[in-house]
Design a protein around this ligand. Structure first.
Ligand code: ATR
Length: 273
């Protein structure tokens, strides 16, 4: 079997081994996938050791995505722009290549799994950290009419808006604080880590209108704090990030193996695990 792993700290909670085992079973690919906890001070050594032992590919999770990006000899275009990598592999010449499949995962979950078309829509993205930077390119590639990045720290939202301005070909791209948006959006995506602490970004409920769809990039067994708030203020549909997690994994699997696993049954299985 070819060896793959997710590397993080901590990593024991990761669903990636389960997801990739289900993909391997489904596709018949000879894939063995484990979890590796790298020491905080030696991510690089752990990665090099993995590939020296013949490992074929790594997924990278918190807190090493930026280090993975910096370590790579080559980066895909989408990883370059994301400033972080969740997927590593070696090319034919043994160069370490960094990719980022997170944004692709989010867009596929929204568009393919939930039927949310983004073209011509007004999108509000909350947060301006690494998670949001990773998804802005793929979101803009769907040609929304408007994309507003709102963040607690305005300067970080402005930095992202400048960075992605070249990608916003037919999108009005703007940055603001949480107090500014006050009209309904078609799609609201929560990319802050606020819900991890049960916090809510202090947004006006008027961002939710009759047809607003809400997506929280976090997932949990219960409805997330943000999605709960959105439902209370009239959102028509709320989704959590489980589908995104499975879709980014599927895209990594495709990058490594050249085979696209189906995701619907895997999402269903994880939901009921
Ligand atoms: P990640 O990789 O998850 O994006 P990050 O780069 O630390 O992690 O970014 C966390 C994001 O969540 C930021 O947008 C942060 O806002 P600031 O830029 O103002 O720090 C946001 N965030 C974290 N805790 C929050 C809270 N309690 N309320 C609102 N936003 C919060």
């Amino acid at each position: 079997n070819d060896l793959y792993a997710v590397i993080g700290h901590p990593v024991s909670h990761s669903k990636s081994p389960r997801i990739h085992s289900l993909f391997a079973e489904q596709t018949g690919e000879s894939v063995e996938y484990t979890a590796i906890q790298a020491p905080m001070e030696d991510f690089e050594g752990t990665v090099r050791d993995f590939f020296e032992r013949g490992g074929k590919g790594l997924n990278v999770t918190v807190p090493f995505k930026e280090q993975a990006w910096a370590l790579a000899d080559k980066r895909t275009e989408r990883a370059e722009k994301a400033g972080a990598a969740n997927t590593l592999f070696q090319d034919k010449d043994g160069a370490l290549v960094a990719d980022n499949t997170d944004g692709c995962g989010l867009v596929r979950d929204l568009v393919n799994n939930h039927g949310v078309d983004l073209a011509g829509k007004r999108i509000l993205v909350l947060g301006a950290g690494g998670a949001v930077r990773g998804v802005l390119g793929p979101l803009l590639a769907e040609h929304p009419s408007e994309l507003v990045v709102a963040n607690r720290t305005l300067a970080r939202a402005e930095t992202l808006a400048s960075l992605f301005a070249p990608e916003a070909v037919d999108t009005r791209l703007a940055a603001c604080g949480f107090d500014q948006p006050d009209s309904p959006f078609d799609v609201i995506i929560n990319g802050t880590s606020a819900s991890l602490k049960g916090d809510l970004p202090p947004l006006s409920p008027s961002v939710i209108g009759d047809g607003t769809v809400v997506y929280d990039m976090m997932y949990s067994l219960q409805t997330t704090t943000f999605n709960q708030w959105a439902l209370e203020h009239g959102a028509v549909q709320v989704f959590d990030g489980l589908g995104m997690l499975v879709e980014q994994a599927a895209e990594s699997f495709r990058v490594w193996r050249g085979v696209c696993p189906g995701t619907a049954a895997v999402i269903e299985t994880l939901r009921t695990d």
